[in-house]
Design a protein around this ligand. Structure first.
Ligand SMILES: NC(=O)c1ccc[n+]([C@@H]2O[C@H](COP(=O)([O-])OP(=O)(O)OC[C@H]3O[C@@H](n4cnc5c(N)ncnc54)[C@H](O)[C@@H]3O)[C@@H](O)[C@H]2O)c1
Length: 296
């Protein structure tokens, strides 16, 4: 495989495009927004510069990587020569169903269609295409160029051949792929989101403040960052959406999102991307000013 198309050039799409291009693949990056595409190229350039300054890449490799990325605002020309499409558009079920119906019409008939969805059923997405055996989940972690895991999700109809090709491809990117079956939240979010939700409940019930909860998990469990800060980085709206998928998918009230999370999302506090969640953020970096109402 040489030609990869990435649909969506936001947080995850730019990282996925960067990673494939860095490993020698030709990448077509598609977004409906030219502004998002411009921002993605700036982010990729900045992240490549960081890799050069750390000695991970040479200046020549940086230029070659950028030279392998082309951008498109139309899906048709963006997927015309794709052997694999990785969809990383906004986490919205109807949007993804429409995108996959369109990809099925526009991409070469032997192309594998993968989704980077955090929680939406791969089986449901695959059913919107005429090639469900070639539809699969390829769940990269943020930041993509750094994080080793790719959760490879087999839908109901995904074949062994499709799975093997995607596992090989992830390994060719220097990642460690793990194969899982298609159930709500897959493995990563089925385990992570209840932990984050429980941390929010601990705050909501006044058991401890934001920094105390995060410190317990960082120093006591050796997590690189606490669950509340991690929720801020993932996006509180994304966490809420995933918890709702778990709650609905399993029909079990244990996944019900904490009312504080619901309130914060309704108030527009979505975490680092909006400048405020459990912490406040200035110029994108973590600022240790914690909103007073969340102090113990
Ligand atoms: N952010 C994370 O930490 C994370 C981690 C793993 C997986 N994911 C998943 O990755 C996907 C993307 O998340 P994100 O955080 O990058 O979102 P984002 O909001 O940063 O980017 C989404 C991009 O998709 C574009 N888009 C919307 N509709 C489109 C269409 N029809 N065609 C092409 N582009 C379109 C938007 O313009 C935007 O640039 C979601 O499914 C999300 O659940 C996110």
């Amino acid at each position: 495989m040489k030609n990869i198309t990435v649909i969506g050039s936001g947080t995850m799409g730019n990282g996925i495009a960067h990673t494939f291009a860095q490993h020698g693949f030709n990448v077509s990056l598609v977004d409906i927004s030219t502004e998002a595409l411009d921002k993605a190229l700036q982010t990729i350039t900045r992240n490549l510069d960081r890799q050069v300054s750390k000695g991970i890449l040479t200046g020549e490799q940086k230029h070659a990587t950028l030279g392998r990325i082309r951008t498109f605002t139309e899906t048709g020309p963006g997927v015309s020569d794709a052997q694999l499409v990785v969809e990383a558009a906004t986490e919205n079920t109807n949007l993804k169903l429409d995108i996959f119906a369109q990809l099925d019409k526009l991409a070469p008939s032997d192309a594998i269609l993968a989704s980077n969805t955090s929680s939406i059923s791969i089986t449901k997405i695959a059913a919107r295409t005429g090639r469900p055996e070639k539809v699969i989940g390829m769940h990269f972690m943020n930041p993509v160029p750094v994080m080793k895991l790719v959760e490879v999700i087999r839908g109901y109809a995904t074949t062994d051949e499709t799975t093997a090709r995607v596992m090989e491809l992830a390994a060719a990117l220097g990642k460690s792929p793990v194969e899982v079956n298609d159930y709500p939240g897959f493995v990563a979010n089925r385990i992570l989101m209840p932990m984050i939700n429980e941390a929010i409940y601990s705050l909501h019930e006044g058991v401890a403040g934001v920094e105390e909860i995060d410190t317990v998990m960082r120093l006591g469990m050796a997590h690189p960052m606490g669950p509340l800060q991690l929720a801020d980085f993932i996006g509180l709206d994304v966490c809420l959406a995933i918890l709702r998928v778990l709650q609905e998918g399993f029909g079990n009230p244990k996944y019900a999102p904490c009312p504080l999370l619901v309130n914060m999302v309704e108030a527009g506090k979505q975490g680092a991307k909006t400048g405020e969640g459990f912490y406040t953020y200035t110029s994108g970096s973590k600022d240790l000013v914690v909103s007073a109402k969340f102090q113990k």
